[in-house]
Design a protein around this ligand. Structure first.
Ligand code: F6P
Length: 316
């Protein structure tokens, strides 16, 4: 099952789960439409060919969703009953924080094995260095920023570019460093619009041309449109705003995401065969890990603030 926001690489992971499962003598079923798909009994038996030619495709062939009914205990109990009635022994779900929390809730009412796999572009799940889809989303955003750079440079303009990430600044940090941003605005650190405006004005006096700022959608100072309005007043020129939006979430997964997805999918099956449950598989420092589900959404996944330290010396 895939649940919550789709992320590039989910299909490569589904393929690994199905193939490694069948290779090891398991029967593998798809659940379509995320958690709501359990409640709607959207189950289908898969075979090795069901996942042919999907390793390179973005999105999720299983489709996904966010279920209101499952948020309530009654929905969780009903889902548990349906899984038992359908003869399911183990559930593997790929998703973000919300999905891991949902799996943990399900485990109170269902005795089958439950394994989570981190799949979200936001990279905000504790228990893995990177979640499936983050690398592709960052590369998608870099492509877009490189295009904006051409026009920013031609006009010597100031651009604020908003990237996704929910409440995490991980995408913004990586995109900002990879694109040489003037500053990176993230929810993990206080954003001082006046200070940034002053830096831009001083830079202009030193002969700096175009400027771009990367804004995480969850920044506490507001979204890029709001910050852009304030910035325009402070610097005395019309700052352009570009919200990258859903293009970040689509497209063919990078080789990094395909390989991570394949390793985590295969490891999830191994965990089932070893009788494990209530965990999320991940990769930390190059090694495969298993983290209790409760930790994945109650502990905070820190962003690499060392990256932010680099912004000031690099943007002189
Ligand atoms: O979690 C992935 C993500 O793309 C976030 O970056 C964003 O805040 C959110 O999903 C958008 O959610 P929806 O798909 O409901 O519009």
């Amino acid at each position: 099952m895939t649940s919550g926001g789709d992320s590039p690489g989910m299909n490569a992971c589904i393929r690994a789960i199905v193939r490694v499962g069948i290779f090891n003598g398991l029967e593998v079923y798809a659940i379509y439409g995320g958690l709501q798909g359990i409640l709607d009994r959207r189950l289908e038996k898969l075979n090795a060919r069901s996942v042919a030619n999907i390793i390179h495709r973005g999105g999720t062939i299983l489709t996904t969703g966010r279920s209101e009914e499952f948020r309530r205990e009654e929905g969780q109990r009903r889902a548990a009953q349906i899984l038992t009635d359908e003869g399911i022994d183990a559930l593997v779900a790929i998703g973000g924080n919300g999905t891991m929390q949902a799996l943990d809730k399900l485990s109170r009412f269902w005795s089958g094995q439950i394994i989570g796999i981190p799949g979200t572009i936001d990279n905000d799940v504790y228990g893995t260095d990177f979640s499936i889809g983050f690398d592709t989303a960052v590369n998608n955003a870099i492509d877009a920023v490189d295009k904006i750079r051409d026009t920013a440079q031609s006009f010597d303009r100031i651009f604020l570019i908003e990237v996704m990430g929910h409440y995490s600044g991980a995408i913004a940090l990586h995109v900002g460093i990879a694109c040489g941003a003037e500053d990176i605005l993230i929810p993990e650190t206080p954003t001082d619009i006046e200070r940034i405006a002053e830096t831009i004005i001083k830079g202009r006096r030193r002969g700096k041309g175009f400027v771009f700022l990367i804004v995480a959608e969850g920044d506490e100072a507001g979204n890029a449109v709001e910050i852009g309005r304030r910035m325009s007043e402070l610097v005395g020129e019309n700052c352009r705003v570009s919200v990258l939006g859903y293009i970040q979430r689509g497209g063919n997964p990078t080789r990094y995401d395909r390989i991570l997805a394949t390793k985590l999918g295969a490891h999830a099956v191994k965990c089932i065969l070893d009788g494990k449950t209530g965990i999320m598989v991940g990769e930390v420092n190059g090694g495969l890990t298993e983290t209790p589900l409760v930790d994945t959404y109650t502990k905070t996944k820190e962003v690499d603030l060392n990256l932010l330290e680099l912004v000031r010396p690099l943007s002189i």
